[in-house]
Design a protein around this ligand. Structure first.
Ligand SMILES: Cc1ncc(COP(=O)(O)O)c(C=O)c1O
Length: 365
């Protein structure tokens, strides 16, 4: 399997999103999980060239590897960190989200012992239910941050649970967030970056963009929800192809791949391609969806194996060993999008590209 990523496309997507939401709005490029499989360092470079102001990751490890290359860009560590990581966070000048008092205490201790200040963003759980302080604890959290001379609050964040699918709940989350901030100790929040919007939030709720957006999918040219006409055209940055390794025309009633989940009825021609779940091609695509060869659709048959997948090329008799097969991307006038694979197997778009295992190194254009 071959994975190609266009860094120019990512840079341009960032530029277009920024122009659309307003260039003064901050932009956290979400590059966690190896930039959704696209390669975090290369993507971070492209996003910063396009105008990203912050980088967003999940783990301290991810943040530290970015910090080696970007000395001045604020790097948000968006998943809760453990006290054992506080010293590394302070030393590297990372900006963690904080969800509980224990984290504030651990940063305070590390900050004092290293004689360093640390910047933090307070996360409020307005309904995501995985991290952040509860609304009832917000004021106490603010107070404890303010009580620590070496901790500087530079932002307040929340995260939407269903921005792509539930308008009422998203608006309720946003209203909880905005009310807390309006009523809270931080009435004067001119210097704080307030942020909430992932891709779907940025796209569908202009009022949720506030001081900064945090898009992942959109940057990669992937849509989290149906496309709205007034949105700029974004281009998918990733193309995935494979090659035909072998073709075969078995007798009628022959079974295909593990566990015999597909059997021929009539004469069929099959091609075996070099992509499997060992590359990150989802096993759930077994007997679902299709690939493109010479601009034509070839259905996936039988179980996706670790290294190979079998496709039905009965309708594409001229294809031969060595031909290129498009798994995600454009092939003549047809295109398969990451969104299609996500729909075929009932998952999110994030889950498709983050599955890439790196067996085939990414080729950058
Ligand atoms: C806290 C946070 N912000 C932003 C994002 C970006 O989400 P999306 O890729 O849907 O834009 C994520 C991704 O899961 C996230 O966890």
């Amino acid at each position: 399997m071959r994975v190609e990523v266009s860094l120019d496309v990512i840079e341009n997507n960032v530029r277009k999103i920024k122009a659309w939401v307003g260039n003064s709005t901050g932009f956290t490029a979400i590059v966690k999980s190896n930039a959704y499989g696209h390669g975090s360092l290369k993507v971070a470079d492209a996003a910063i060239r396009g105008g990203a102001t912050h980088l967003g990751v999940s783990t301290v490890e991810e943040a530290l590897s970015l910090r080696e290359h970007y000395h001045d860009v604020p790097i948000l560590v968006m998943s809760p960190f453990l006290a054992s990581d506080a010293a590394r966070i302070v030393r590297a000048g990372l900006t963690p989200y904080i969800s509980n008092i224990g984290q504030i205490e651990s940063l305070q201790v590390s900050g004092l012992s290293l004689s360093r200040r640390v910047t933090v963003h307070l996360e409020i759980d307005t309904g995501m239910g995985r991290s952040g302080c509860l609304p009832a604890d917000y004021e106490a959290m603010l107070q404890s941050v303010q009580d620590c001379a070496n901790i500087e609050l530079t932002g307040i964040a929340t995260h939407f649970s269903s921005a792509e699918s539930d308008g009422d709940f998203t608006r309720a989350q946003l209203s909880t967030f905005q009310q807390l901030i309006r009523n809270g100790l931080y009435e004067d929040h001119a210097n704080l970056v307030l942020h909430a919007a992932n891709s779907a939030g940025s796209l569908l709720y202009p009022e949720a963009r506030m001081d900064m957006i945090r898009p992942g999918l959109l940057m990669y040219g992937i849509w989290p929800c149906p496309i709205y006409e007034d949105f700029p055209t974004l281009t998918p940055a990733m193309e995935i192809t494979a090659r035909i390794l072998h073709t075969h025309t078995p007798p009628e009633g022959w079974s295909v791949s593990y566990n015999r989940t597909f059997r021929t009825d009539g004469t069929k021609r099959f091609a075996t391609i070099d992509a499997g779940y060992g590359d990150g091609y989802p096993r759930e695509l077994s007997n679902k969806g299709y690939v493109l060869i010479h601009g034509q659709r070839a259905p996936i048959v039988g179980r996706v194996c670790m290294d190979v997948t079998v496709i039905d090329v009965t309708e594409i008799p001229h294809c031969v060993t060595g031909d290129t097969v498009t798994l995600i991307g454009e092939n003549r006038s047809e295109r398969i999008r990451t969104e299609d694979l996500a729909k075929w197997i009932g998952t999110t778009e994030h889950d498709i590209t983050t599955r890439l295992t790196g067996r085939s190194p990414i080729k950058y254009q």
